[in-house]
Ligand binder design. Structure first.
Ligand code: GLU
Length: 475
């Protein structure tokens, strides 16, 4: 069997992390089986679907490194096939028109509530005779089309993640609407479950891998496959992504779209790596830090967990830092430069920029940290409390003043090694403690007592002529 899987996003919002994780599992499975990964844009909700969201979804998938094998299918373009399938079900007597008005249906639900029953359609128009139908039509009633679901039916499937599944027909809410309300001589807009079955079948999808929130839909879809005499795909339901409280990750948890993560400074490699770990455990001997392009041959759906996967920011941050630290400085610079340009900073030559990157790279967790870490090299940092108290400590100002004279007189080549030599010689000739000059220099250059390597910092600032002004502001 040729493995053909698909991602079927609705373009009603930006690429959501849950959809992206489903995409990853589909992609990993397809690639591990030498199969195909396809995309179907489910745009039948005309009001909420937008082209910009389709673009965002495709861009997000590409950013994560997921490539697809055929042109994306646009669901709304197959509406004739969907309506033909509904017609087929009507002709076979497996679907029927239901003329119940919204009002009547609401009353029915109210009554069920009063009786302590769960809401469901009571199949009231399943067996209308011709006269009854004519009467409704004469009244000018519109109708939806419903697919018959037998309460006694048991639906079985072998789920590749969850094992043997059984679902009761009685738990599917009664006969299911497959076409929206329309005048009684027309077929209204086809609805999700019917459309998915028709499309998956046309696309020859072999495996449907999607979130466990679709389990009840799978039961309904299996009944439709049977009714339409189509071959069912194999199903696999992935666990949901949960927040730290164990609830489904939602907008309220802050970021949920891939674009948000990208804008925060997460790298695509770390995101793809982390999302794969959200629900999948690598086989023994395989490191948790990996590139999806390298590990796909080892991906097996059997190793996807059944229970929900808690989103762990710390782990994602750790992976992101690992990825950034593994890049060469040129690649890091490519990501940081746009952030610096945004700040309207005057950016010196490439060599200088690369030295700055080498200095700050080990302290980056997010790419965006590269803005704050670089700020003191582009803007004069204010003197902070700890910096001021260092400068005011005994002998500090005099030492800095003497150092400034030394700098002005010597022609050092502004490398960290030369800075080291200058400080050593200076301390010896002036009989000044090295600790005093180093601490005071740090306070002068960075305004505070914490920061990156001092000699490298000094060297960078000296190369753009910014060390003098910082030292002289102290007296
Ligand atoms: N459009 C559906 C969704 O985004 C597709 C579900 C499926 O994979 O069948 O949830």
């Amino acid at each position: 069997m040729t493995v053909r899987v698909r991602l079927a996003p609705s373009p009603t919002g930006n690429l959501h992390i849950g959809t992206a994780r489903t995409a990853l599992f589909n992609w990993l499975f397809a690639r591990s089986q030498k199969g195909q990964f396809l995309i179907r844009i489910e745009d039948t909700d005309k009001e909420r679907s937008k082209q910009e969201f389709t673009e965002n979804i495709l861009e997000g998938l590409s950013w994560l490194g997921l490539n697809w094998d055929e042109e994306p299918i646009i669901q709304s373009e197959s509406i004739h096939a969907h309506k033909d399938a509904i017609q087929e079900l009507l002709v076979k007597g497996l679907a029927y028109r239901c003329y119940a008005t919204e009002n009547e249906l609401n009353q029915m639900r109210e009554q069920q509530k009063l009786n302590g029953l769960p809401p469901r359609y009571d199949n009231r128009h399943r067996n209308l005779n011709q006269e009854e139908e004519e009467l409704f039509k004469k009244e000018g009633r519109s109708s939806v089309i419903r697919f018959k679901i037998d309460d006694n039916e048991k639906i079985y499937w072998k789920d590749l993640i969850r094992g043997q599944m059984i679902w009761n027909g009685a738990d599917l809410g009664g006969d299911m609407v497959i076409a929206r309300r329309a005048p009684a001589n027309q077929i209204g807009d086809p609805l999700y479950n019917l459309v998915v079955v028709v499309d998956d079948s046309i696309m020859r999808i072999s495996h449907v891998i999607r979130g466990e929130d679709h389990i009840a839909n799978t039961a309904k879809q299996i009944l439709l496959y049977k009714a339409l005499c189509k071959t069912e795909p194999i199903f696999a339901h992935t666990p949901l992504i949960l927040n730290s409280e164990g609830r489904k990750l939602s907008k309220r948890d802050g970021v949920t779209s891939i674009k948000d993560f990208k804008e925060m400074g997460y790298t695509s490699d770390a995101m793809a790596n982390y999302m794969t770990l959200l629900g999948w455990s690598p086989p023994e001997g395989l490191d948790e830090k990996f590139k999806i392009k390298e590990i796909f041959p080892k991906f097996r759906l059997e190793r996807v967990n059944k229970s929900g996967a808690k989103f762990d920011w710390e782990k994602l941050n750790w992976l992101n830092a690992q990825v950034i630290h593994s890049w060469n400085s040129k690649k890091v610079l490519e990501s940081l430069k746009p952030l610096w340009i945004e700040e309207s900073w005057e950016i010196p030559n490439e060599d200088w920029c690369l030295s700055l990157v080498e200095l700050i790279q080990p302290s980056l967790t997010l790419l965006n940290d590269g803005k704050e870490e670089a700020r003191p090299f582009f803007e004069l940092p204010p003197l902070m409390k700890d910096g001021i108290s260092q400068i005011e400590s005994k002998g500090a100002r005099e030492a800095l003043q003497k150092l400034l004279t030394e700098i002005d007189q010597s022609h050092w080549d502004k490398t960290p090694a030369a800075a080291q030599k200058l400080v050593n010689d200076f301390c010896k000739s002036q009989d000044i403690k090295k600790g005093l000059i180093m601490k005071s220099l740090r306070a002068a250059l960075l305004g505070r007592m914490q920061g990156p390597d001092l000699l490298a910092t000094w060297s960078l600032l000296a190369r753009i002529g910014k060390d003098r002004e910082r030292i002289s502001r102290c007296f």
